[in-house]
Design a protein around this ligand. Sequence first.
Ligand code: SOE
Length: 384
Amino acid sequence: MSSKKELRIGMVGYGFMGRTHSNAYRRVGNFFPELEYQPILKAICGRNQERTQAFADQWGYESIETDWKKLIARDDIDAVDICTPNNMHAEIAIAAAEAGKMVLCEKPLARTVAEAQPMVDAIEKAGVPNTVYFNYRRLPSVTLAKQLIDAGKLGRIFHYRANFLQDWTISPELPQGGEGLWRLDNAAAGSGVTGDLLAHCIDTAMWLNGGIKDVSAMTETFIKERVHTGTGEKQEVTIDDACMFHCHFDNGSLGLFESTRYARGHKALYTFEINGEHASIKWNLHDLNRLEYFDHRDESQERGWRSIHVTDSDHPYMDKWWVPGLSIGYEHSFVHQIADFLKALGEGKPCSPTFKEAQETQKVCEAVLESAKAKSWKDTGVNW
Ligand code: SOE
């Protein structure tokens, strides 16, 4: 019999994100044995009974629900994990918080700032532990970048550059809406690449380099009409297929961000580069165990970009995994997020990014979309 405290999870949604979160809950206890809490996969909730049961069998959930309200009403659920399309985040999160459940929500927090605000209010009123899955922060290479910046290695920061490039929506035959393709439907997603991909870049950027003050953006929708899976009819596409913006950070540095689903050849190329007075950092998701570092203070003849393989036991999180030199992957960022959530829970501390912090990212996304529409600079109102 384990001496650990149980954290009984009820998850809503079993798509791609349902798998990443479920995997993390299953792995975390094996690799972070010191944690006071052990997640228990109590229930998975989805509308289709057969497929929900199949998911439960595959991932080891004890039971299923087909109505999320019933899941939230259950006494044997401590934490609700939301993996649904974005348009359902608010209703579920608010109801879960009001029922006194902890809430872990997939990004982006909501479709708009207005939709996210009552979520933040409900969470704060209920005082329940919460977090939003901006998982890339938890890759050891990205956390190492944070440590180097916080230690002052870069000195004053001048530039922050980030891209998130994909190519999966180029075909005009691809419908919008429905399972898997709700990301193309503005009613379900709230936006296109801005909420789906740039939200990641913005979260990482503000975590590493502080608040974003104002933005100037442009967006494009390359395919103007697509068949909607719901109606079977061709309908206007209102998501942003591509978005570029530049910005000022509170610390005076300049930011440049680009995201698109039309960069042929790129599946999920998230990159960032930060240029400081003394040093620069480069990172890319396709080589996620590495961090590139250039330090101008090195001896001039030996000066150059170092490629740090972030797999040593003194690198962030890496003492938990294999032996030095052996890599980890994308899924580990989710394991680390759950580990950090459980650690914070044990210590009675918040786990960043909280709903309140994710609302700041939402504000930047909204300012970006408004700026593109108005063709003018917009203040974000961010308080980082
Ligand atoms: C979209 O293709 C997507 O799956 C995003 O929704 C995720 O947040 C991102 O991490 C990878 O790409």
